[in-house]
Design a protein. Structure first.
Length: 175
């Protein structure tokens, strides 16, 4: 158990005698492991005290998870150009759903391998508030969240500077 985000299928699933059974077994093993209550304590980066040992983006990622749980947020929205903001949040395996918002289809494909992250493609332009309004409308249009839901937003500002995750906002969708 090393905190892997994805499982690669073996040759058995492509050319073996029992491909369906092989996939079913892999699914069962992965689901059993993910349900293990000790998994978060021993493998993932727990939301424990890590004061002084984190970069600013890592601290924002961890704080997003804590705040989302504290306020009962419906989701964490990670605005990202490269996928790194979503990865910073996902590494803590929060119980809150993570939606990564990116303008890049290539980044969306890469983030498909991040555990617990769903991605939404949105053209994100303008200042921070304009970006939030664009994402707000897109998330409601896609139907994954509802008007009035509380979300925690994390992003780098300016968004055009990769690696600058430095913003955390509690936001009510549609308002």
């Amino acid at each position: 158990l090393d905190g892997t985000d994805a499982v690669m299928l073996s040759a058995e699933t492509a050319s073996g005698k029992y491909p369906c059974e092989a996939v079913a077994m892999m699914v069962r093993v992965a689901e059993d492991v993910e349900r293990d209550p000790q998994l978060k304590e021993h493998v993932f980066h727990p939301l424990s005290d890590q004061s002084g040992s984190q970069s600013l983006p890592e601290a924002i990622g961890q704080a997003a998870c804590r705040v989302a749980e504290s306020v009962g947020a419906a989701a964490i929205l990670a605005f990202t150009q490269t996928g790194s903001t979503a990865a910073l949040v996902a590494k803590y395996r929060p119980p809150t759903p993570i939606y990564a918002v990116t303008p890049s289809q290539a980044v969306r494909r890469r983030m498909a391998l991040y555990a617990g992250v769903r991605s939404i493609r949105v053209d994100i332009e303008g200042d921070t508030e304009a970006q939030i309004r664009s994402v707000d409308a897109a998330v409601l249009e896609v139907g994954v969240l509802n008007k009035g839901d509380v979300v925690v937003i994390t992003m780098g500002s300016p968004l055009s500077d990769p690696g600058t995750t430095n913003l955390l906002k509690i936001h009510r969708l549609g308002f």
